[in-house]
Design a protein around this ligand. Sequence first.
Ligand code: CAA
Length: 258
Amino acid sequence: MAYRNIILAVEEGIATITFNRPKALNALSIDLLQEFDRALEEVSRNDLTRVLLLTGAGEKAFVAGADITELATFDALQAKGFSQAGHDVIGRLQLLPIPVMAAVNGYALGGGSEIALACDFIYASENAMFGLPEITLGLIPGFGGTQRLPRLVGKNRAKEMIFTGQMITATEAERVGLVNKVCTAETLMEEALKTARLMASKGKVSLRAAKQAVNIGAETDLITGCNFEIDAFALCMASGDAAEGTRAFLEKRKPDFK
Ligand code: CAA
């Protein structure tokens, strides 16, 4: 499928989507958002894809937010449609059954941060900056930032970022639990790919079950979450993955998951 604002590449079971409008710091135009949605659909239809990696083109930005030249023309109804479209795409991203990593290589602002927040985890380059600056535009985050950021870093820290619009550095983002690992700009993709390959080498059924169990557990009470885990554990045991994984351990060799 042809894309103009993103690049989708799949290699060794790892799909990489690169947001590709570097002149506008990869800002999320309506076109880009629609292409991102199509790319996610393409990724979800490809059974061989085991992990998805998101990053930005150029050296400055992951994504600097919604395209403000477009935003500036919206009336309230168009703003509602745009926000809904963003929520739909990011909802689709979050519901992908495979692990999704963001490799944040510069500014992740507004909608860019909101995309990263919906990934399973984030690696960042030393020059990365995270923020929800919408308040400075007389707006609020519109792609889930008011909901996902407090869940990740706590309500009060999220409020400070949202109410002031101030950015935080990659180091600060790592300190507050937003980012798992900070790398140099040169090694970011290499480090992200290393982790992606490690996940891709695991069993598909158990990866899917692990992701679902953590995500469901995060949105429900402990007993319901634990009950989900019990059923998912049993489901894994019924799969070829568990047969191969346990046999490989007993035969003192590496598992070869199909
Ligand atoms: N939309 C459209 N264009 C953008 C953009 C955006 N979000 N961010 C940057 N650009 C453009 C700039 O206009 C500039 O274009 P020109 O060269 O044609 O002038 C180009 O990208 C480079 O940007 P700067 O010259 O501004 O680069 P800088 O290094 O001086 O500053 C920056 C970088 C701090 C990220 C600054 O560009 C900036 O503040 N960008 C806007 C960030 C923002 O407010 N994002 C939130 C958008 S609203 C949103 O996302 C709502 C939502 O929840 C969905």
